[in-house]
Design a protein around this ligand. Sequence first.
Ligand code: SF4
Length: 404
Amino acid sequence: MTNERRQTRQIFVGKVPVGGGAPITVQSMTITKTADVEGTLQQIYALAAAGCDIVRCTCNETEAAEGLAQIVPRSPVPIIADIHHQYRMALAAMEAGVHGLRLNPGNIRKPEHIKAVAMEARDRKIPIRIGVNGGSLDPALYEKWGGIKPEAMVESAQQEMRYFEEVGFDLIKISVKASNVPLMVEAYRQLSEVTDVPLHLGVTEAGPPPAGLVKATAGIATLLLEGIGDTIRYSLTADPVEEARAGRQLLEALGLRERKNVDLIACPSCGRAEIDVIDVAKRAMEAFGDRKIPLQVAVMGCVVNGPGEAREADLGIAAGNKRGHLFVKGRNVAVVPESEMVEALVEWAEFIHEHGTEAAIARVDTEKAEREAAKDRAQLMDDKGVDANHAAEKIVEIRKKTSA
Ligand code: SF4
């Protein structure tokens, strides 16, 4: 397995480069009626705030195309029109000023229609994604290959590409999505062997989270780690903002995009925990929301081990004796009441983001904070002892049972 990117050509969706060594981009799709201009724009802004680079809107009727004419100039990110069945909607969307199109070769099949769209896109320099979908594969290819096979999906994309080439159009991206993860992974692998056009990755109809997130991540991450993929979309049965967040988080986790928001880490909790770690971590996630604070922040269940275990984090909080012990890069900096832990985390994160770690440490008496932490640590050790999880007692019981 390699993390070396496969070389692809570069195209532009509006001002956003895709392929050719450009940062991998996150896409999502609005679920409003595109004719509802204000509602759609609201969703586009929310998606952009969550880290989405490119947004797709359906263009399924004249009113939708008219909506796009108003949406595109006001959108903070490039807009792609999603087209199924009606090639005329592709022409209308281009007229509306969209930055890209997605065509499904499975349901716009007449060569003259495909070429009419490609010629218009060529003249306007608008890129098109050939969006093959396992579920709506061209029936002739389904027949030829005996079902939805990776080979059938690749052939569908190649067939469409040939129509495009015949009219001299090459601003292309391709996707070969399926809801079956191994099938989609194999289709993309085969596709990446036969073309250097940028690839848009996705597991289609992945379903609601958390299962949908797992499926989409399994497929997309596998390919990204093989160097395949230039832009990604999570297709979740959920608020599209969740799709954008997931896409962004995956790229950050794989080191493929710089961190933009807080990376919240939390201990798994154990018998030593002094707080409900899950609840505090959840509240901290909500408090940070989509704030652009690119720090790693830790929520740790106890001050006995927390600051040490999370010493790599930029900032963290550990509970002890109804108090929260804040630490910066493993150094204790302040003590706050347990009820103010989340607010304190946000305030410190904002300060560090603005002024840096050194300034944060310089503004407090770290020795005092360390003395307080040591006090609570000692108290907890007295209360719970070294073996807070009672492992030793359990081991004795286990031995009794297994030796009987
Ligand atoms: S020892 Fe403390 S920090 Fe580590 S998992 Fe348990 S509660 Fe969390």
